[in-house]
Write a protein that binds this ligand. Structure first.
Ligand SMILES: Cc1cc2nc3c(=O)[nH]c(=O)nc-3n(C[C@H](O)[C@H](O)[C@H](O)COP(=O)(O)OP(=O)(O)OC[C@H]3O[C@@H](n4cnc5c(N)ncnc54)[C@H](O)[C@@H]3O)c2cc1C
Length: 389
């Protein structure tokens, strides 16, 4: 058993650190704090940073250079994700394009559509992903936005909701119903929709933090060329699974390292407020440390399986466990602040509102990308083999 990184992997990490020291702007070192503040369009620094990562082969390291990578191995990809998470660095302020749309176009698109992938990954084109609707969230296959065949084009009518980045996206990777008669998983297709098309209305929605990042999107007889259909018509369901296969083994890293950063912050906060000798606070911090450490070990165990090509059931559990833990940690942070924990005025709140903002962002983390209840169902049926309720 080898419990250290190889010389080659250590050299990879050194190169990455040198690159980050030289190029990473301070704004990118604020981790998920952006979610608490929202982004009112893509800031210039974020555009430049994503492009720099791409141009130096550090955007998606496992990809070839023309797609922003450097043919990194799975272990190197893990090191990369760890280093970014450890330093609290974000690659982009809009993950849909590089994490979902780019990889899906490469896997399912035709030649013209695959040619759109580099700009999606580099962040030159901003994408939103239109899946959820008012009556289709956890049960995504219930989606009702319809696309009617009209010769050379489809005519799209319906509504999406919670669509991240829609207020400033150039394009939408949109799930639509093309066959209302077919069983619900079978009549779905994916269309690439230009957000400047006539008939689209975007109504921004506010997060509980006050930030605007997602929106309702209304489609009223929007004409979409047939060339924008991705893959086969009525076969869009299989594209819902498309995402960064190379990074799947390391998706837990951000959750675990983010929790660790929060824990370090809690210990500093407890010391500052003279609570570090309080037995209840010490017990809660100790329990949090134990949970973060256990999750880190579980993540590595799953990664070892993933790197050897087997499935990693541990990872089904990681999204659930890390998002719920994050919520607990930030709630503890609000408790440690005392009455000031409830103050939301950034000028007066403890640490610029880090704890209450983090708590609300953590709540969103237990919903987006599959709610905790749904994740528990997945663990129960697919990992533990229990019967469906
Ligand atoms: C920050 C954020 C960003 C998002 N960005 C996007 C985006 O870019 N694009 C997009 O398409 N969507 C996006 N979403 C939407 C997200 O995917 C949905 O909110 C999520 O899938 C849940 O769907 P819903 O909100 O319709 O809740 P529902 O599915 O209506 O669920 C309501 C409640 O019922 C529970 N529930 C539902 N079904 C079951 C079941 N079978 N068993 C047990 N409990 C159940 C849920 O856990 C939840 O508590 C985003 C959400 C958030 C919070």
């Amino acid at each position: 058993m080898q419990l250290s990184w190889s010389d080659e992997d250590e050299a990879f990490r050194r190169d990455l650190r040198a690159f980050l020291d030289e190029h990473c702007p301070p704004e990118a070192r604020r981790g998920k704090d952006f979610m608490g503040e929202g982004v009112d369009g893509v800031p210039d620094w974020a555009r430049a940073w994503q492009a720099t990562l791409f141009d130096h082969g550090w955007m998606i390291p496992a990809y070839p250079p023309e797609l922003g990578g450097r043919h990194a191995t799975p272990t190197q990809t893990l090191l990369y994700l760890e280093e970014l998470a450890d330093q609290g660095i974000v690659r982009s302020v809009h993950f849909g394009g590089y994490a979902i749309v780019g990889p899906s176009l490469l896997e399912f698109g035709d030649e013209a559509q695959r040619a759109l992938a580099p700009a999606a990954i580099r962040g030159d084109t901003v994408w939103c992903v239109g899946m959820s609707e008012p009556d289709a969230g956890s049960d995504l296959a219930a989606l009702a936005t319809r696309a009617v065949d009209d010769g050379d084009s489809f005519v799209v009518t319906g509504q999406k909701v919670w669509t991240s980045y829609a207020p400033f996206a150039d394009m939408c990777f949109c799930y639509v119903r093309t066959d209302p008669e077919a069983p619900k998983h079978k009549g779905i297709s994916v269309l690439l929709i230009d957000m400047a098309s006539p008939g689209i209305e975007v109504r921004p929605l506010r997060h509980i933090t006050g930030a605007v990042e997602f929106a309702e999107v209304f489609f009223d007889d929007v004409v979409v060329p047939k060339a924008n259909l991705v893959g086969e018509r009525n076969n869009g369901w299989r594209i819902t699974m498309g995402s960064l296969a190379h990074e799947r083994g390391g998706l837990w890293v951000e959750g675990v390292f983010g929790a660790h950063r929060a824990l370090d912050g809690l210990i500093a906060l407890a010391r500052r407020r003279g609570l570090d000798a309080d037995p209840v606070v010490r017990r809660r911090l100790g329990e949090a440390y134990e949970q973060v450490s256990s999750l880190r070990s579980l993540g590595y165990k799953g990664f070892a399986g993933f790197a050897q090509g087997s499935s990693a059931p541990e990872h089904s559990f990681m999204k659930l466990a890390t998002s719920e833990l994050r919520k607990q940690l930030f709630e503890l942070g609000m408790d440690l602040c005392g009455p000031a924990g409830a103050v939301v005025d950034p000028a007066r709140a403890e640490e610029d509102g880090r704890w209450w903002k983090g708590f609300f962002v953590a709540l969103a983390g237990t919903i987006g990308g599959g709610t905790s209840e749904i994740q528990r169902n997945v663990v129960a049926t697919r990992v533990l083999g229990l019967p469906r309720a």
